[in-house]
Structure formats: C-alpha cells, structure tokens
Design a protein around this ligand. Structure first.
Ligand code: CU
Length: 643
C-alpha cells in the first residue's frame, strides 16, 4: 500500500484523494448490498496522540479513515473505521437512532421535491406566487420537536420559502410567510405542508450588490500591501511556521478549521501549547415563539458540516496582501474526493504597536511594530457567513475570532404590523431575534500533556492586617479539580479567567508554566433549560467545561446532533465527574452573540465579531518579544538629543 501514503509525511496529514478513493472502495465492497449508500462523512481517523508525539520524520505511518455511512434505501446509518494499510474495515458499528449530517445532494433534492408538491404549490398560489422556479427553498434541520402524525425516526427536514423576482435577488427580503414543508429525505417526498395565515410579501428589495446600490463612493484611494521579499512564514505540506510558532492546519468536514500541535520555539526548545483546537459545535437558536419559527435551531457543525461548507477565498477580496492558500481534499456524498480550492487563507498583518516606551528623562524611545499571522476561512451556512480567524502574535499570545456576517433571517409582517420577536428592518419585514453560540474544543498540552485548570478571580483582599487601607486586591486561584467543579461561567466584574497550568513544569519564579484562556463577555443559551433546544445544546449552559482527554469526546453536542434528543455530549461525559488535575485536560469554551438585529444589519450585516484570547502566564521568563527588531532606525532612537 506504499502508493497510498506516498504523499503523506505526517500522521496528521489529511486523507489524500487516493486514500479517500481507497477507503470508499473498501467500504463499498463490504456494503455491496446497499444500493443507496452515501458517505455523509469520510475523513482521517486521527491517530492516537502517543503515536503522533512519538512520530519521527521517516517513520512508517499507519493510516486509517473514518466514515459515517447512510443507506438511503432504508435509513440505516453506520460508522466505519478503515485500515488503509491493511485494505480492510477495522471497525464497524451501527448508529441506532442517530441521523448523520445532511448530505449535499439532499439540499438539491429538497428544492425539487418541495416544488413538485401539490399542497405546497397550492399554498403558494394562495399567496399569488405562481412562478415556482423563482422560489428559494431553504432547508432546515428539524431538531426533535414532535410533529403530529410523523414518526421522528424518519430522516426529516423542514423547508421554508422565499421569493426572488430575479435569480440574483436577496430572497430574505420576501419570505413566503407561514408555509413550511416537512420532507422525508430518504423517501424523497413531502409528508406535510403547514399552510398558515397569508401574509403579503414585504414590498422593498433587499439587494445589496453594487449594481443595485448604484451610487458608490468615489473617494477611496488605493491601499497596497507590499512584501517585496515575500511573507515571513513557511508552509511545508500542512505545517506552518512563523516567528517561532509552528502548527498544522487542516480542514475537518464537521469542525472546519483545525489546528494541531501548536507550539512555540523558545531558546531552541519547541514547547507545546495545544494539541488540537477547533470548533466542536455551534447552535443558532431563534427566539420567536410562532409556528413558523420556534423550531428553527441550526447546529451548523454537526448537522450541516462546517468544513463541508467552506468557500473558496479570493485574493484582494477575502484576504489582502501577500497571501498563501491551502486547498482541502474533501469527500463528497458518494465518497469521491473533490478539491476545495483556497479554503484557508494565510497572511501577515501589521497590527499597530507591539510595545513602546518613551523615556521622559532622555527623550529616547523604543517602539516595535506588531506583526500578526492570520489563518482564516469562511463558511456559508444558509443565510449566514461565519469567518474563523486565528491570530498569532510575536509575544506568544494567540487569539481566536469569529466574524459573523451574511443576511439575517427574516419574517414577513402583516402590513403595518409589529413583531414581538424581532426588529423591523424594512417595510413589513422583521429580522428575528436569535443567538449564535459556539463551543471551541481546546485540547491543551502546555509544555506536556498533563495539565490542570485554575480559575483566577481578581478581587479585593479582606479588610484586616494585610489590607489596613482597604485598597489591596489580588488574584485568587481556585483549582478546578473535577468535571463538575469545572463547569463555570464568566465574571467580568472579577476579571475572571482560566489558567491551564503544567504543575510539573515550574518557571524561574517557582510557579507552574501556564497559558490563560481570557474569555469575552457573552450570554449563554437564553431559551429555558428545559426547552428542546437547550436540552440538545447543554454545552450552552456554561462558558467553561473541562474534561479529561478521551478520543471519542470530540463534539460538545455529540457526534450526531441532527434530530438528536440531547442525550449525548459534554453534559453526559462530565456527569462522570472525572478528575481533571495533572492529567491530559481538554477545555471546552462556550461563547456567542445574542443577536437582536439592528436596522443597520439589513440588507446585509456588517461583520460582528466574538472570540477569546490565549495568553502566556509565566510560560516565558520575561517578555518574549524583546528580540523583535525595530522596523527602522528612528524607532529606537528619537528625541533631538537622543543620538
Ligand atoms: Cu445573527
């Protein structure tokens, strides 16, 4: 099988096109009787951590593929691990009661099957819509809301409709209100059409393309980013190196952008920080109580596949400057490799000052420019765009940011009507209240695998001998010893953060080396804890969870949230209350945006951002960026008499 792994130089390299073909062929051979076999997921089965850490260049690499399979003929689903070296299925299990994520072909199928349904056509005619080709049909996962007369074990989606007068129109300007089709995906037919109150189409256009806008600004002068000697980073396969940082970048069909083995070279030693960092799940619950909306909740990672919905990025548009791209080879619904071009963009940015001081006694000043490395990708999930941005800085800190943009989800209002659940953004058009709640899985290995997590609050010291003037304050540290103790929320008034420490690696001050997770202020799930969506997204009840590493625990709402009832995921695992001290910990961070739309979010939403930072705390002995050179002579002299 040497040919299979010819292009593979590291155990974490994503599956090659050949490997995807081989894995699918091995599975198909075993499943010859399944006429409508599909591959909702097919990707690298990530090797055990010990194997990765023990790997030396040139070592033989054991390659396995992991597939989630759906037999559309009977709705049965399976999970298979394929040994590519041995050319056989290494493990196989039936996924009783689980619905794999929605297939790409199902999006197209739903459009067709809905448009051919007489009940749906009648509902549209009742609203004066007769040109069905101009209707945009959006597919929505169904969650686990009971639907009268329909067996929840079927593979189901709902479909909402929008009218376009021209093919390039923004359909969300014209929601065809109160018409919802329920579709059985395996049987390819509409089971039911909800046809509620008729609401006229809102009158205004929501188009935002340059031709529709017309009068464009004319006072923008060119801004060119020039790096005459090229960028300062290097890419070897999936390994990226820049300014002492190194890490592996890949695209996972569910998680999207994945970083592996994030490390920093400190005085010749490559020191690990994170083994793996990626989105584990996200949910977009809508806060509208009506029949046409209350069920709308998208688990965009597990139900639709964040990585499968990444777009190709364009130079000068999505990224500016001296750009390098990474392509991804992804398996399609039939287990065939397809090339997703330019899905990851890598570039450097000037980011203002890194540090500065003007010595007032001499007038001399030292200042350094901050350069940051940006690794980004942008997914389109229905009406929304999510940009995922990792930033690496020269002082050993890193930042993760999600940029939210796209078109807000809308409903049509009766003429002159009001909306309790949203913001009116155009005549008789409301943008519905909703949240975007993300969960990042951060598998820390701070200077080694065995870490602990400490909560730090900055609080006043109690009055008394140590605080006679009542001004003293400090950081109080609480070790989070077990999974139950580690379910925490933010507290901005205490400047709360969480430190991931290595208890057996002390710095020169005798303190364990650490990185801290600095959260931003954000709300948690606003739907009641007993609501269907909250039960299915229990990860959204806390900002912080910590678990001991387990290879099967990858996704905060379980591997298969589509039509799930909410049993699987973080809350279930953490109920074991396992010890999380001085062990291989995984930190799960929940954060999000509670989006009450502004009129300015229409017809397309300017980017809103949310994220977190990871900063070294005693990981280095001092500011690790003293050796960043001044960009020009004037930056480290200054002052008339400073020379
Ligand atoms: Cu939003």
């Amino acid at each position: 099988m040497a040919g299979v792994t010819a292009a593979v130089t590291h155990p974490l390299d994503p599956l090659t096109a050949t490997e995807i073909n081989d894995a699918a062929a091995i599975i198909r051979r075993e499943c010859a009787s399944m006429e409508r076999l599909r591959f909702p997921l097919l990707m690298l089965d990530e090797p055990p951590k010990e194997e990765v850490y023990g790997f030396e260049p040139g070592d033989p690499i054991c390659r396995r593929a992991r597939a989630t399979l759906l037999n559309r003929a009977d709705g049965s689903a399976y999970e298979a691990v394929v040994s590519l070296d041995e050319g056989r299925i290494a493990s196989w299990r039936s996924l009783e009661g689980a619905q794999p994520p929605i297939l790409m072909e199902e999006f197209a199928a739903v459009d067709e099957v809905v448009k051919n349904d007489e009940r749906w056509r009648a509902a549209l005619r009742r609203r004066g819509v007769t040109d069905f080709d101009m209707v945009q049909v959006d597919l929505w996962s169904v969650g686990d809301f009971p639907i009268e007369g329909i067996d929840p074990a079927r593979r189901l989606v709902r479909a909402a409709s929008y009218l376009r007068y021209s093919p390039t129109d923004n359909g969300y300007a014209k929601p065809i209100e109160n018409v919802v089709a329920i579709v059985d995906l395996n049987e390819n037919r509409v089971l039911k059409v909800l046809d509620g109150e008729v609401v006229p189409l809102p009158p205004e256009s929501g188009n935002y393309d340059a031709a529709s806008v017309g009068d464009l600004r004319t006072d923008l002068k060119p801004l060119d980013i020039v790096q005459p000697e090229g960028p300062s980073f290097s890419i070897e396969g999936n390994l990226l190196s820049w300014q002492r940082w190194s890490f592996r970048v890949s695209m996972h069909p569910t998680d999207g952008l994945v970083l592996h083995q994030v490390a920093y070279e400190d005085d010749g030693n490559v020191r690990s920080i994170l083994y793996r960092a990626a989105l584990s799940e996200m949910v977009v619950p809508y806060g509208d109580g009506t029949d046409a909306f209350h069920w709308r909740n998208a688990f965009d990672a597990g139900e639709y596949g964040m990585g499968r919905n990444m777009g190709a990025l364009t130079l000068g548009c999505d990224c500016l400057g001296e750009i390098r791209y990474l392509d991804a080879v992804v398996a399609d619904d039939d287990g065939r490799p397809t090339l997703a071009r330019n899905v990851v963009c890598i570039h450097e940015e000037d980011y203002s000052i890194l540090w500065k001081h003007l010595d007032l006694s001499t007038g001399s000043s030292e200042v350094r420019r901050s350069r940051r490395l940006v690794v980004s990708c942008i997914g389109t999930l229905g009406n929304y765009e999510y940009g995922f941005y990792w930033y690496f800085y020269q002082d050993g800190h890193m930042e993760f940011e999600i940029k939210l943009t796209g078109v807000v989800q809308t409903r049509a209002l009766p003429p002159g009507g009001v909306d309790d659940y949203g913001t009116i953004v155009a005549t008789d058009l409301s943008a519905v209240n909703h949240q975007h709640i993300f969960n990042m899985r951060l598998d820390f290995d701070v200077d080694g695998a065995d870490n602990s997590v400490v909560e730090v609050d900055t609080v006043p010291l109690p009055p008394g001998e140590a605080n006679p003037h009542l001004n003293a304050f400090g950081g109080t540290e609480t070790l989070l010893a077990s999974e139950q103790q580690a379910q925490r929320i933010i507290d901005p008034l205490k400047a709360r953060y969480w430190k991931i420490v290595n208890p057996s690696k002390l710095n020169r001050f005798g303190r364990p080396v650490a990185y801290k997770l600095l959260p931003e202020a954000s709300s948690l799930m606003l739907a009641a804890p007993e609501s269907r969506v909250a039960v299915r997204a229990r990860f959204a009840q806390k900002h912080l969870w910590v678990t001991p590493y387990h290879p099967d625990e990858m996704h905060a709402a379980g591997d298969y949230p589509n039509q799930s009832t909410g049993e699987d995921g973080l809350a279930r695992w953490a109920a074991q209350d396992r010890s999380i001290t001085d062990t291989d910990v995984v930190v799960w961070h929940t954060f999000g945006v509670s989006h009450i739309a502004r009129p300015e979010d229409w017809p397309i939403m300017p980017v809103e951002r949310i994220g977190f930072q990871l900063l070294p705390v005693g990981f280095f002995d001092r500011n690790p960026s003293l050796d960043v050179p001044p960009p020009q002579a004037a930056c480290h002299t200054g002052g008339d008499d400073g020379e």
